[in-house]
Design a protein around this ligand. Structure first.
Ligand SMILES: Cc1cc2nc3c(=O)[nH]c(=O)nc-3n(C[C@H](O)[C@H](O)[C@H](O)COP(=O)(O)OP(=O)(O)OC[C@H]3O[C@@H](n4cnc5c(N)ncnc54)[C@H](O)[C@@H]3O)c2cc1C
Ligand code: FES
Length: 267
């Protein structure tokens, strides 16, 4: 884990309310894994005081392959993300990372389903790119992207660009793709051919529905959850999630997650 002052390399609008920010970072981020996150804060001033968590969307490499930076994809929802959106190239930010438990990759060739709801797509590109770099047959990987509206659908072409052949799109309002929740086409695809694993990130209702479906069909399912986080390192106890099985056992999303086996937590 490294705490450093980093510089903004770029900060561009992806679509209304969504930004893509490139940051310089320590070369040790070459060890960062998909599903891990960083805690980020605007350096000047005290508002907001706390860092905010963001998934690593991808690593930025030199032409020789050395890690020179990382990219985050973010949605503006409040003070912290508004301040991030105001950042310009060369501005300084305080970065802590890489943090948290990553996705576990399959040990052998596998049929993989990747499900992303809204900004939940952020860690899924890094996951897919890593699978591709590790030699998995990415053309058999099926990606499901859902959003409230067409403006909430991100990264479709990025998945195609690295070799994914099937990207299913759903929107709540029907402005793009099928009008459905993202779990609709996932369940239909499961009925046609059961995958070896489902990876999912998105809003809680989507994760809940995905986890229930995976349990019904007995499919291993890993989910990345986005709780509120104060510290990101296990010190503030602000990110507790209930462990499965009832009782009063809690897990901490920042150190035990953010990626969990869906069966291990009570959603
Ligand atoms: C491990 C992890 C990875 C994340 N990765 C990304 C990412 O890649 N891109 C991205 O855009 N966001 C991501 N988030 C969510 C992001 O951290 C929050 O949107 C951000 O902290 C909001 O800060 P803010 O100061 O702008 O908003 P605040 O002023 O803190 O909050 C504004 C509103 O958003 C709600 N809110 C804040 N944080 C969350 C949250 N985590 N879940 C649900 N509602 C929330 C608040 O209740 C409030 O209503 C991630 C969260 C976690 C825990
Ligand atoms: S965010 Fe502080 S303990 Fe998890």
């Amino acid at each position: 884990m490294i705490q450093e002052r980093v510089q903004v390399r770029y900060n561009t609008i992806e679509c209304s309310g969504y930004y893509r920010m490139g940051l310089t970072c320590h070369s040790d981020y070459r060890r960062a894994k998909p599903g891990q996150f960083v805690m980020l804060r605007v350096v000047d001033g005290m508002n907001p005081l706390l860092r905010r968590p963001f998934s690593i969307h991808r690593l930025i490499r030199s032409s020789a392959g050395a890690v020179e930076g990382l990219e985050i994809l973010y949605k503006v929802v409040g003070t912290g993300t508004e301040r991030l959106a105001d950042c310009r190239r060369g501005d300084g930010l305080n970065l802590l990372g890489p943090l948290g438990r990553p996705f576990s990759l399959p040990e052998r060739p596998a049929q993989v389903f990747i499900a992303a709801g809204g900004i939940g797509v952020a860690p899924m590109y890094f996951l897919t790119e890593t699978l591709q770099k590790k030699g998995f047959d990415i053309s058999s990987c099926v990606v499901f992207i859902g959003g409230r509206s067409k403006d909430d659908l991100l990264c479709m072409n990025d998945f195609f660009a690295i070799g994914v052949k099937t990207v299913n799109i759903t929107t709540d309002d029907g402005t793009a793709g099928e009008q459905d929740v993202v779990t609709g086409p996932i369940e239909r695809a499961v009925k046609e051919g059961r995958p070896d694993v489902i990876y999912a990130c998105g809003p809680l209702p989507m994760l809940r529905a995905t986890a229930r479906m995976a349990r019904r069909y007995d499919i291993p399912c890993q989910i990345s959850i986005e709780t509120m986080m104060g510290c990101g390192i296990g010190a503030c106890l602000g990110c507790a999630v209930s462990a499965a099985g009832g009782g009063d056992k809690y897990l901490h999303a920042c150190v035990d997650g953010p990626v969990f086996n869906a069966a291990d937590i009570d959603l």
